[in-house]
Design a protein around this ligand. Structure first.
Ligand SMILES: Cc1cc2nc3c(=O)[nH]c(=O)nc-3n(C[C@H](O)[C@H](O)[C@H](O)COP(=O)(O)O)c2cc1C
Length: 196
């Protein structure tokens, strides 16, 4: 069965990022996939300290909530990273996850390669495209495959729950979830290129 993990990088539990991500994950479930939402709210993800010991030890030396989340990413066919816009960027929490998951994946032989990935961002007013690009660049770096949607994956909202009033943003998230699931399913059992 296709498994998709969605990670919300907002420190605000039950906020707009989780709501937007839920729309995409619901579409995955409606298609027949298994979806899990992991919120970084209340979780500790320290920044990478560049010790580089993951290259040797094949785990991250920092003991916090990153390693189990990485295992979920590794076990999934599809990964969605979702973030609020913070000063024109993705949040420090999700950036820390990207840095450490990316290095660890490389240390393990690029284990995220050829998985399907995509991003969602929500903000009050501006900076969405830059934050979206930050997240998408992670997937490109890891050799992952990114589906589109009916628009760029951005939505608007400030106070908790406000994103539910952005009907186009929600529709874009649902369409993205459908495409992501379709792509995961289409790639199941297909041998993919091994890069040099
Ligand atoms: C520290 C901080 C910085 C923010 N910077 C931006 C910004 O640059 N652009 C923007 O449109 N919204 C910005 N916002 C608003 C949030 O992106 C918005 O409230 C979003 O819906 C929060 O998502 P959440 O409910 O999942 O936490 C900022 C909010 C905070 C707390």
């Amino acid at each position: 069965m296709v498994k998709v993990v969605g990670i919300s990088g907002s420190p605000r539990a039950g906020g707009n990022t989780e709501l937007l991500l839920s729309e995409a994950l619901k579409a995955v479930e409606e298609g027949g996939g298994e979806a899990e939402l992991i919120s970084l709210a209340g979780r500790e993800i320290k920044p990478c300290d560049a010790c580089l010991s993951c290259n040797r030890r094949k785990v991250c030396r920092i003991e916090d909530d990153m390693q189990p989340i990485f295992e979920k990413m590794r076990a999934s066919n599809g990964i969605i990273l979702a973030s609020p816009v913070y000063f024109g960027s993705a949040t420090p929490q999700i950036k820390a996850l990207i840095d450490r998951a990316g290095y660890l994946s490389n240390a393990l032989g690029r284990v995220l390669e050829n998985k399907v990935g995509g991003a969602l961002v929500v903000g009050r007013r501006a900076g969405h495209n830059f934050a979206l690009a930050q997240l998408i660049f992670f997937f490109l770096h890891q050799g992952m495959i990114i589906p589109g949607s009916s628009y760029w994956n951005v939505a608007f909202g400030r106070e908790r729950g406000e994103v539910l009033r952005d009907s186009e943003g929600l529709k874009t998230a649902r369409n993205f979830g459908r495409k992501l699931y379709w792509l995961c399913k289409a790639l199941e059992g297909i041998s993919q290129p091994k890069l040099e």
